[in-house]
Each structure stands twice: as structure tokens, then as C-alpha cells.
Write a protein that binds this ligand. Structure first.
Ligand SMILES: C[S@@+](CC[C@H](N)C(=O)[O-])C[C@H]1O[C@@H](n2cnc3c(N)ncnc32)[C@H](O)[C@@H]1O
Length: 211
């Protein structure tokens, strides 16, 4: 089991501060892909330096909402029907990629990360906001039991006990920043450990970041 990494977990993040911090963190620019964009909640936070946003969303109802949200932003946004495991874009075609509460739900996390790595240009950034396994053994065991039984069926395929930051590194990204904190959406959501960070595409899994 991996120990908690990089930063001690802290409490106190609000939904609004998380939304503002994830994709709109300083420096995001150029051509960006957000995968699993949902209803487009993040769209309003992209800075003007983003010249084009391609938003991937497989679920038709959410995609419809995302298309509506996309019409209300200054940044040009195109909503695309696809899945993370098979992105319909050429190699190295984006400057940055964003995932926000998406890697908990994909069927195949390594395949999704291989695709994110492929479509990012060398040195491109992956910005992620994801919930991950608890650092507390008893709670993590409970999460694993829930993942193996009812939780994914009750929550649209979500898994509670994924080690997503470790998977990001294994896929050939170097994590440059990673904040860990507990966060929940009241009233019913259980408190979960979240990671909010920036990873850079390396040339191959485990190698140094591209220049
Ligand atoms: C919890 S929602 C988060 C939505 C949005 N990113 C947000 O932060 O509000 C999970 C999203 O991941 C999408 N998703 C699930 N499996 C996916 C896959 N294989 N490829 C792309 N998106 C996927 C769902 O359709 C949904 O929009």
C-alpha cells in the first residue's frame, strides 16, 4: 500500500475554491482537452489564455447540458462524444488536459492515462482533481469493500479506493504539485480524500520530464 504522498491531508476546501483552483490555476493556456466534462461545471473557470477547449463527455444527458454551458463562455468550447480510453484526437495535439472527478469512474484507468499522455504534446500538463483511497487503513478497507460490491452500481461507476495519483505517475507523468485534502459535497456524500495537482507529460513512463 502506498503511503500518503507529497502533502499532508488537510480539511477546509470548499466546492467553490476547488472549482476555481483546478482548471483555472495560473498558467493554463493554448489548446486544452477536458475529459469527462460532465455538465460543464468547470467551463466558466478557464482563463482567456485558453484558445480552444475540447470537452469530452460520453453521457448524452450530461453532454446536452455541457453543450448549453459551452455557449455561455468566452473561451471557444467544442463538446465531443467519446470515452477517455479511446480519445479521437491525434498524438500531441493538446497543450494541457484536465480531469475532474473522472478517473474514479472510467472503466480502465491505465488505458485512459495512456490516451491522455498520447494526446498531450511533450511537456504538456495534466491538471487533475480526483478523489482517492483514504490513507486510513480501516476506512480504506471499507472503501474497497464498497467498490467490490454496491458503490459503483449506486454511483454511476464511481470507485472510492483508487490510487489515482500513483496511476498518473505510472503512466509517464511527473507530478509537480499535488495537494491532498478531505472534501465532501453535503449533505449525503461521505468525506473523501482528494488530490488536486499538476503533472507533466514525460517522454516515457518513469523518465525525466520533457524540456
Ligand atoms: C462525477 S462526474 C464529474 C463531472 C465533471 N468532470 C465535474 O467535475 O463536475 C464523472 C464524469 O466522468 C464521465 N465519465 C465516466 N466514464 C468515462 C469515460 N470512460 N470516459 C470519459 N468520461 C467518463 C461521466 O460521464 C461524468 O461526466
Amino acid at each position: 500500500m502506498r503511503p500518503p504522498v507529497r502533502a499532508p491531508e488537510r480539511a477546509g476546501r470548499t466546492a467553490r475554491s476547488v472549482r476555481a483552483a483546478c482548471p483555472a490555476a495560473p498558467g493554463l493556456s493554448g489548446r486544452v482537452v477536458e475529459v469527462g466534462a460532465g455538465n460543464g461545471l468547470n467551463f466558466g473557470h478557464y482563463p482567456a489564455a485558453v484558445t480552444e477547449l475540447i470537452a469530452v463527455e460520453p453521457e448524452p444527458h450530461l453532454r446536452e447540458h455541457a453543450e448549453r454551458a459551452a455557449r455561455q463562455t468566452a473561451v471557444p468550447i467544442t463538446v465531443v462524444h467519446a470515452v477517455a480510453e479511446e480519445l479521437p484526437f491525434p498524438d500531441a495535439s493538446f497543450d494541457a488536459a484536465v480531469t475532474s472527478l473522472m478517473l474514479c469512474s472510467v472503466a480502465d484507468v491505465p488505458a485512459a492515462l495512456v490516451e491522455l499522455h498520447r494526446v498531450l504534446r511533450p511537456g504538456g500538463e495534466l491538471r487533475f482533481f480526483e478523489h482517492v483511497a483514504s490513507p486510513h487503513t480501516a476506512w480504506r478497507t471499507l472503501q474497497r469493500t464498497a467498490d467490490a460490491t454496491v458503490w459503483p452500481r449506486l454511483s454511476g461507476g464511481c470507485h472510492l479506493a483508487r490510487e489515482t495519483d500513483g496511476a498518473i505517475e505510472s503512466a509517464g507523468f511527473a507530478i509537480e504539485r499535488c495537494e491532498r485534502f478531505t472534501f465532501r459535497i453535503p449533505p449525503l456524500d461521505p468525506p473523501k480524500t482528494h488530490v488536486l495537482g499538476v503533472a507533466r507529460r514525460t517522454q516515457a513512463p518513469g523518465s525525466r520530464p520533457d524540456a
